[in-house]
Design a protein around this ligand. Structure first.
Ligand code: KPL
Length: 294
């Protein structure tokens, strides 16, 4: 297939290398690169990718969008005139709330959303390391996207394990719940994920998950505060050596994904008239830190 990766950061570069080794024609679209770039993943031979080719964009079967949530809409707005209506758009980022805007911007394109737990790290622009084996979940957002279940085979062949969901929103909500509980706390306290297992944080995490589970239930997702708390603690354990993405954004004074993580939860809580004060407090704290950035 002709696949263009929009925003080849760590996760985008990891997929670029795997999809290319699986035999697809992969090119990149990035502000940071010129016409082409060599990318090496772990100990595999480096691969040369074409970058920013309008021809490749116009003939893409799949556009895999791996930029961060806050720049999904502005970036797609810029390239929309070069995209064909048949190109399948696949969004893969932390947080929720972008698919609605993209479906309005490009209503005729099949739209698929996904989430991955693979760990990747880009120590330099030409190198990507696969730091943690994970799994990827996809599902259609609009009617066209729901007919793209064949993508499960395409992506599974490149980098397993991949699951296709008839209700991807449930998987995304569960990932959002984990990000709401872990990311702001690690960013505010400047700690690794594993630090949150200390008893000092457990009371706050228990309040967060109790609030989040009410919102998930109101959205029609079957869960309980106990099962969310246990899932969050499992992820804290499994990723104990990680610095969360929000921690890294805050340390590097980059805009974080707070609006698409806790911000999205707050919006949905408001729509359902549910009070979520602990999440609200963390949201305001991150906003305050961001305002003090240079
Ligand atoms: O998704 C993550 C993130 O950092 O954004 C977790 C699961 C918290 C792992 O660090």
């Amino acid at each position: 297939m002709n696949i263009v990766i929009l925003g080849p950061g760590a996760i985008g570069s990891l997929w670029a290398c795997h999809l290319s080794r699986a035999g697809h024609s992969v090119s990149l679209w990035s502000r940071q690169h010129n016409n082409s770039i060599y990318l090496q993943q772990d100990h595999n031979p480096a691969v040369q990718f074409t970058c920013n080719s309008k021809e490749k964009l116009a003939s893409a079967d799949v556009l895999l969008v791996t930029v961060k949530a806050p720049i999904v809409e502005p970036t797609l707005e810029q390239i929309a005139p070069s995209l064909a209506q048949e190109t399948i758009l696949v969004l893969m980022h932390n947080g929720m709330g972008t698919a609605e805007a993209i479906n309005t911007l490009l209503p005729n394109n099949p739209l698929v959303i996904g989430t991955t737990t693979h760990g990747a790290f880009r120590p330099k622009p030409n190198q990507v390391l696969h730091t943690g084996n994970g799994y990827t979940e996809f599902g259609g957002f609009n009617e066209g996207g729901k007919r793209c279940d064949f993508l499960q085979t395409v992506f599974e062949h490149a980098l397993p394990k991949v699951t296709w969901h008839s209700n991807i929103l449930s998987a995304l909500w569960h990932k959002l719940a984990i990000n709401c509980a872990i990311n702001p706390l690690t960013a505010i306290n400047q700690v690794k994920n594993g630090h949150l297992s200390s008893p000092n944080y457990q009371k706050t995490i228990t309040s967060l998950t109790a609030e989040i589970s009410q919102v998930l239930n109101a959205e029609g997702i079957d869960t309980s505060s106990e099962s969310l708390l246990s899932k969050v603690n499992q992820v804290i354990e499994a990723t104990s050596e990680n610095y969360s993405s929000m921690h890294q954004d805050i340390v590097h004074q980059r805009p974080s994904e707070i609006d698409f993580i806790t911000g999205y939860l707050l919006q949905r809580a408001k729509a359902h008239n549910i009070s979520v004060p602990t999440n609200e407090q963390l949201f305001q704290h991150i906003k305050q830190i961001e305002q003090n950035h240079d």
